[in-house]
Design a protein around this ligand. Structure first.
Ligand SMILES: [Zn+2]
Length: 399
């Protein structure tokens, strides 16, 4: 079932534009009218990262007249494996600026509006207002829920996508366009427990997966803007790159949804960091008086080498992370072994325990488990191996 086009057609296309978009114009479903709708369209892309990069490139090439880019980060070398809108000469440059330059190179007819502040409750309405459609390429749950709620309150439809390792998902949330259409909260009423779902920075992502999902998002955006085809409203697309399998599941509106349900409890923007809990309460309690710095750890390791101190340093990351970088003298016991209890059998009863991970979130979760098992003097390393490489051993790579 196609929906009415989101955008009215622009008055006309210039001769240059007709030449440029000729491969669109000869598709009967798009044609002159569809292309004029794209020209008149205002689309906001949140994030110029993994999903935002291909999304912005194709939206620009397709002739979307106004593209907003909400991005506050700068380009890092580790982004280039998948964030194809940026290049080597863009490293350390603001991502928004870099994206704007790439777009100008592809299609100078696109008007780019940069929103170079971190989206929060105070600015999200001002940023969103005036756009016909949003393409969400965020990588964290707090922002995702905020985007969903703000888009719902402003009645702006959006195309959502998410990626992790070899798996991707996409959907269109458009309760303002279709009466019984679900929102993101209907699909995911609650965020996963903190520390349970690693981010792409922690778990990795296959670079080309960004293009697979980002291009689905653009595909849906073009359909909504021009009113063609059957958009992913009320449907969840699931993609498995290893099996090369696409599956489409029905997503129904949840009558008990906290946002769009009959007795909604979310009636304005909420505190999304608290809702998604950057770290669980148990972990925060465990880490409160048991966090050491990498400088302290370096000192302790020196004493251990000299034989004046003994302790066990446990890295709770995954084996492939350990291969990239590690703190010398650490032993690897992945977090999963703490969750299923098997790690506890491997812990020495007579030595103090020091835990670390990449940044300190997973090790805090493990610390709560270890302390709960009776190791009252266990500690973890704040900032994890990232802090170690930055402050103690810059010769190792980071990821
Ligand atoms: Zn809902």
């Amino acid at each position: 079932m196609s929906l009415p086009a989101l955008v009215e057609p622009a008055a006309e296309l210039s001769i240059d534009e007709v030449r440029r978009y000729s491969r669109h114009l000869i598709i009967p479903d798009v044609g002159m009218t569809g292309q004029k709708r794209l020209k008149n369209a205002k689309v906001l892309v949140i994030g110029a990262g993994g999903l935002g990069s291909p999304a912005l490139l194709y939206l620009a090439a397709a002739g979307v007249g106004t593209l907003g880019v909400a991005e506050f980060d700068t380009v890092d070398e580790s982004n280039l494996q998948r964030q194809v809108i940026h290049g080597v000469s863009d490293i350390d440059k603001p991502k928004g600026q870099s994206a704007k330059e790439s777009i100008a190179e592809i299609n100078p007819y696109v008007n780019v509006i940069l929103h170079e502040e971190r989206l929060d409750n105070d600015n999200v309405y001002d940023v969103f207002r005036g756009y016909d459609l949003i393409v969400d390429g965020t990588d964290n749950f707090a922002t995702r829920y905020m985007v969903n709620d703000a888009a719902y309150f402003l009645k702006i439809p959006y195309v959502w996508g998410s990626i992790y390792r070899f798996d991707g998902q996409a959907s269109v949330f458009a309760p303002s366009m279709v009466d019984d259409a679900p929102c993101y909260r209907c699909l995911y009423p609650e965020p996963p427990p903190p520390g349970m779902v690693p981010s792409c920075a922690e778990g990795g992502v296959l670079g080309v997966l960004c293009a697979s999902i980002g291009s689905i998002q653009v595909n849906e955006a073009i359909k909504l803007l021009t009113g063609i085809g059957d958009p992913l409203v009320g449907k969840l697309m699931i993609y498995d790159a290893l099996e090369m399998e696409y599956r489409k599941l029905k997503v129904r509106k949840d009558p008990n949804c906290a946002l769009c349900g009959e007795n909604a409890t979310v009636t304005e923007l909420i505190d999304y960091d608290t809702f998604c809990g950057a770290i669980s309460e148990d972990a925060a309690d465990a880490a409160a008086d048991a966090t050491i710095s990498v400088v302290t750890l370096e000192h302790m390791l020196k004493e251990r080498t000299e034989g004046t101190r003994d302790f066990v340093l446990i890295d709770v990351r995954e084996p492939n992370e350990y291969e990239i970088n590690s703190i010398p003298g650490s032993v690897l016991i992945p977090k999963g072994d703490f969750l299923n209890g098997s790690a506890l059998e491997q812990l020495p009863a007579d030595k103090p325990i020091v835990l670390h991970c990449k940044s300190g979130v997973r090790s805090a979760e493990c610390l709560a488990i270890v302390k709960g098992a009776g190791y009252a003097d266990a500690v973890h390393v704040g900032g994890g191996v990232v802090a170690w490489v930055n402050q103690i051993d810059p010769s190792q790579p980071t990821y």
